[in-house]
Design a protein. Structure first.
Length: 355
């Protein structure tokens, strides 16, 4: 049993007073009515002593009934208000200390409906918070892990470069190793920053109307040296005059990532096909390749941050490209889909509203 505090005693006294006045008033009115009716119908006359004796008995009765009511009210409050408030407060204190595993059991009883609504809200809040916390810790460990690889490469090449008898050829090779690794690190940082800004919505899309076909051709041309070097055949089917209203810089991130993946995962002599068509109010872009393809298991995770299905090409990326693509397409309220078959190739299809 909880100790009676000064506040509880004060609350009990105030409830006692309220009950006393209410019951006293109700009983006095009833008594007076009752006595009046009896006196009139039976022709009785009450003396001052009769009335004084009845008043004393009535006062005692009122006091006893008030005490019983006050006690019942105290117990009711403890069960239906104090207990749920205590349970919710204790849970909130644990959450404040960082324990996000806290879940409060819903309460039984008709009078607890309001508290159960608070409990459901607190439970959903902690669930959401623990999801975010897991993502944050996963993100930090992924970033740290991804940073370690290029840093280790740079360290190794740096050590090798310190050797005094180094041929020019080796020196250039090692210096190139350092440059490549630092570029990878810089690319990763740029992607992380972009993703972070996109997720926190601190980038506000600068919308303008432009020709989507032209943008696709410009993006694709950046890979000319790669497709020529790898002898990859290019096929394009671009519908004329398809205009979109979007942030051109953000949208070019989508094409650059899809094209760079298509070339990265397509071997020598393969083929990459880019098409732009329209479907009602939508512009539909598809990027297909005849590369290595992916299994359905890999396909299910490709839009997750830092996910890399093909680890043999891990050094050429950091698993952030498609996460960025997805985020941009989501911001533009578009859709992205992928179809792939191992050994046959992959097709990414992006659908965005056209003007
Ligand atoms: P990465 O930097 O590793 O390319 P992405 O987010 O761009 O990261 O891609 C994630 C994974 O999706 C890749 O590691 C690869 O397994 C798979 N993937 C993406 N595009 C293709 C493609 N065109 N063909 C085969 N697999 C692909």
């Amino acid at each position: 049993m909880k100790k009676l505090t000064f506040r509880t005693v004060l609350r009990m006294i105030s409830s006692f007073m309220i009950f006393f006045l209410t019951i006293g008033f109700a009983v006095s009115c009833c008594m007076m009515l009752f006595l009046n009716v009896i006196a009139e119908t039976m022709g009785l006359e009450f003396t001052a002593e009769n009335i004084a004796a009845a008043a004393k008995i009535t006062l005692v009765n009122v006091l006893i009934i008030t005490a019983i009511f006050t006690w019942i009210d105290y117990i009711r409050r403890r069960m239906t208000v104090d207990r749920p408030v205590r349970i919710i407060t204790e849970a909130a204190e644990k959450i404040m200390k960082g324990d996000l595993s806290v879940r409060i059991k819903p309460m039984q009883g008709a009078a607890t409906e309001g508290f159960n609504r608070i409990i459901t809200a607190v439970n959903s809040m902690t669930e959401e918070l623990s999801g975010i916390e897991t993502l944050r810790t996963d993100f930090i460990s992924n970033v740290s892990h991804e940073m370690k690889t290029p840093l280790a490469v740079m360290q190794n090449y740096g050590t090798l470069l310190q050797s005094p008898e180094l041929s020019d050829e080796k020196r250039i090779e090692y210096a190139k190793g350092v440059t490549d690794a630092s570029r990878r690190l810089a690319d990763m940082m740029t992607n992380i920053l972009k993703l972070n800004r996109l997720e926190n919505q601190t980038i506000f899309p600068q919308k303008a109307v432009f020709d989507l076909g032209e943008q696709l051709c410009e993006s694709l041309l950046q890979y000319e040296s790669i497709w020529e070097k790898s002898d990859i055949e290019i096929e394009t089917e671009i519908e004329d005059d398809v205009k979109v209203e979007a942030d051109a810089e953000l949208l070019s991130l989508v094409w650059n990532n899809l094209f760079s993946n298509a070339f990265k995962f397509t071997g020598e002599g393969g083929k990459v096909r880019v098409s732009l068509t329209t479907d009602g109010h939508y512009a539909v872009v598809s990027v297909s390749d005849t590369g290595c393809g992916m299994t359905p298991e890999v396909g299910a995770h490709i839009f997750e941050k830092f996910y890399q299905g093909d680890t043999s090409r891990a050094t050429q990326g950091n698993g952030l490209g498609l996460a960025l693509v997805k985020r941009v397409v989501d911001i533009m309220q578009g859709e992205i889909g992928v179809e792939s078959a191992v050994g046959k190739g992959t097709t990414f299809t992006v659908k965005i509203e056209k003007v």
